[in-house]
Write a protein that binds this ligand. Structure first.
Ligand code: ADP
Ligand code: MG
Length: 288
């Protein structure tokens, strides 16, 4: 994929930041929606120590996620090496670094696809590394994830792909209809609701994947190289969409090795290399 972003793309992101109206309600929420559970209620009380930090960032936002001395090994090799990192509620964080730096592993530890051998990961004050496997489905609903390869179900339509996430969670039919409609509208895919993934462009498929990730109204949206398979135009459309979602209060973690995106966003940038956080910039640019 060409690495150059046109100046227009950058300008367009700036325009987006001006044009997006801040919504008071979270995406997809409505008065008759089932009460959205706060992140704190993910699973029964865990015996672990609560995070004691009361730290806030420059905008006064409290810590939502804290990696504390996290080490993850594969075959005795540490691919995350004593990582300490605090992420703040509602922030947009770019996670950058060369291939193999440990970005995806850090994300997998946050989604509990992997468990670190050492350290703790606090989410809303709770050490999630202590969560019981039975509590994982509920926890994961609080965190939306999108991937480079979209991971849509090929035999289901756009609508069904988004609805499926709610069906397995036992949400009522009426509420599914409402929420899927809102989400597809948000990502601009309502008109293609009846199409199958193979009939969509990569950018469209990623929009559907984002709608699916947001359908439980998560506090955190993680995007792991979401534009890795997209051309520049679709790339910028997806980045603008992530930006817009962040404006509604959802924390966004964007793992990318695309320098142009990171430089244009002018948001916090955490740089990893060989399993270690080597830089953390408030309004960063790509370092490596
Ligand atoms: N399941 C696994 N088994 C063994 N090694 C792995 C596994 N997953 C990742 N790794 C290794 O961990 C390191 C970090 O990988 P990863 O987190 O995917 O990096 P990034 O996302 O920054 O490219 C790499 O050296 C990779 O080969
Ligand atoms: Mg990766």
């Amino acid at each position: 994929m060409p690495k150059r972003a046109t100046p227009a793309s950058t300008e367009s992101i700036t325009k987006t930041s001006r044009a997006i109206k801040l919504k008071k309600q979270p995406l997809g929420a409505a008065p008759d929606a089932e009460p959205s559970e706060p992140l704190e209620t993910a699973g029964p009380e865990v015996k672990s120590t609560k995070s004691t930090t009361t730290e806030t960032d420059s905008a006064g936002r409290p810590v939502l996620v804290e990696f504390r001395n996290v080490t993850k090994r594969y075959d005795a090799r540490a691919v995350l090496n004593k990582v300490d990192l605090k992420l703040f509620k509602g922030e947009f964080l770019s996670l950058v670094g060369p291939s193999g730096a440990g970005k995806s592993t850090l994300i997998k530890c946050l989604t509990l696809q992997e468990r670190p051998e050492e350290g703790q990961i606090f989410v809303a004050g709770r050490d999630i590394t202590q969560l019981h496997p039975g509590d994982l489905p509920l926890y994961r609903r609080k965190i939306g994830v999108v991937f480079q390869d979209f991971k849509l179900l090929p035999t289901r339509t756009v609508w069904e792909n988004v609805a499926f996430a709610l069906e397995v969670a036992g949400v009522s039919n009426r509420e599914i209809q409402r929420r899927v409609g809102v989400m597809l509208e948000t990502v601009g895919m309502l008109s293609k609701r009846g199409q199958f993934p193979s009939q969509l462009s990569g950018g469209e498929q990623q929009r559907v994947a984002i709608a699916r990730a947001l359908v439980h109204d998560p506090k955190i949206l993680i995007a792991d190289e979401p534009t890795g398979n997209l051309d520049p135009v679709n790339t910028w459309e997806i980045i603008e969409l992530l930006y817009k979602i962040n404006q509604t209060g959802t924390m966004v973690i964007l793992a990318t090795h695309d320098r142009e995106i990171v430089d244009a966003l002018k948001k916090r940038v955490v740089t990893m290399r060989e399993g270690v956080v080597v830089a953390d910039q408030v309004q960063g640019t790509y370092l490596v």
